[in-house]
Design a protein around this ligand. Sequence first.
Ligand SMILES: Nc1ncnc2c1ncn2[C@@H]1O[C@H](COP(=O)(O)OP(=O)(O)OP(=O)(O)O)[C@@H](O)[C@H]1O
Ligand SMILES: [Mg+2]
Length: 279
Amino acid sequence: MLKEKGEKRKFVKTIAVTSGKGGVGKTNLVANLAVALAKLGKEVMILDADLGLSNIDILLHLAPRYNIQHMLNGMMGLKDVLISGPRGVKILPASSGVQELTALDEFQRLRILEEFDAFEGGTDVLLIDTAAGISENVAFFCIAAQEIIVVTPPEPTALTDAYALIKVLFTKYQEKDFTVVVNSVSSDEEAFKAFKKLSLVAEKFLHISLDYLGYIPHDNSVQRSVKAQKAFVEAYPNSIASRRVIEMAAKISGQEGKVKGTLQFFIGNLLSASANSSR
Ligand SMILES: Nc1ncnc2c1ncn2[C@@H]1O[C@H](COP(=O)(O)OP(=O)(O)OP(=O)(O)O)[C@@H](O)[C@H]1O
Ligand SMILES: [Mg+2]
């Protein structure tokens, strides 16, 4: 089992970003929150845990040569797989290796634990970009992380899907802490109304109270940045979307007191969550 070497290792805040529905802005939030946090002086790592097409590397114009699969095969070390993005944000591409990451045999588990155990580089925040929907794989990343951000647009159908995801994570995996980001809204009132709708249902039927991290307006600078393969907080730092994401980064970096556990601890959690389920 892993030993916590507190004096040598940094505590890291681990946040899984997920959604009920696909294409709602998770990857954009992860990429821009990461860059905004780095601008605030934080060391940030992104774990790209999405098998889908809109991957973080494409969004940030990066071309990873390897992914976590090469590490699991024993061909590469963690430091060979990590790539460096804007403002020194580190990206760990799991991509096609992500399914394997939560379905490992004992040998591979040991190998990955050793790799993370030997990792010297620290990080203050780990952001995990998950796939949409309620797969077991997504659930493992959510339960291993300290925080879960649920991204949703304000439309009723999307809120229903966000609620369905929260309900499964609560009833099946006993998760109670969720933070909501409402994306692509036309006003702050619209965003807050959507959050209230979702949180009232969660209170009434699950007896849990949801947190609100904030909202991102629908903003053309987001699409322009996607096309240019740049983070919008860098390309358009004064856009309305950027200002809201920068506020979220400031909130997150102000929550130091909540941070506990190292990167190694997170990986240990992830592996034991998936191991327990396959038993
Ligand atoms: N606030 C916004 N304003 C305008 N367009 C947006 C906004 N947020 C997201 N988009 C658009 O939505 C698209 C999908 O966003 P993104 O890839 O981040 O979603 P996702 O939830 O990660 O999708 P997937 O579930 O496929 O991984 C973006 O390419 C962008 O064009
Ligand atoms: Mg995505």
